[in-house]
Design a protein around this ligand. Sequence first.
Ligand code: B1M
Length: 212
Amino acid sequence: MDQLKEIAESLVEGQADRVRELTQAAIETHTDVEKILNEGLIAGMNVVGDQFKREEIYLPEVLFAARAMKAGMDLLEPLLLTAKTKPKGKIILGTVSGDVHDIGKNLVAVMLKGAGFEVTDLGVGVAAEQFIEAAKQQGARLIGMSALLGTTMQNMQTTIEALEAAGLKGQIKTMIGGAIVTQSFADKIGADGYAPDAGSAVDKARELSGLS
Ligand code: B1M
């Protein structure tokens, strides 16, 4: 079977050891790292998402798949991090309050670091005040928020409103993303930018930091 397909299928089956082994083999045979990520790990996670939606699998299986994704990501991360550029500016990153999904956010962090950004990752369940306090402390001009749930995406708006109330909107810009988020939602809540995936998150962060 095709190496990348096998990674995706092993991830769907939640076999972390197998995913680690296959990812290592793909790296050793010089398969393009972004191809391993997109056509192996992310492709597998998309299948898991569809199966979960159709109730063909349940939370434990999703958790096993998430663990398998992490096993592969741990190997890819150092390779994605080979920064070829000078520091590009600071960004505060986190998954919003009430939301524990962090796989996509972690991927965005890796890509941003790889592109030379100084990333402060606040983790998951990050409240509006935490985003703003960290940005002020670090002197960051950009806050990046991730959300994957219909019930938590509104918390992005809470942060933007808190920035506005503090008189910082415009000085500190906001970029949002996550499977549930769209450009029209970003427009509606007044976010400065939206990116559909980790690659375009880098382009958007460059644009919002005045670097493109
Ligand atoms: Co959950 N979950 N989950 N889950 N989970 C979703 C999101 C869901 C769509 C599944 C489904 O029904 N099909 C659904 C949400 C439905 C909705 O609200 N519309 C859902 C649900 C319902 C839930 C629970 C409520 C289930 C329950 O308890 N009954 C629960 C909520 C827990 C909580 O947060 N409070 C829950 C729990 C979990 C796990 C813990 C089991 C696990 C998360 C593990 C972890 O993250 N450490 C999990 C997972 C793995 C998923 C799915 C299957 C996969 C998410 C993922 O990692 N995708 C997901 C289904 C899906 O999304 N198709 C699902 C891979 C990742 C690389 O993609 O995160 O989209 P993504 O990130 C992309 C882009 O979106 C973008 O770049 C990334 C890379 O390209 N991006 C940004 C992300 N953040 C960005 C930020 C940016 C820019 C771009 O700028 C700052």
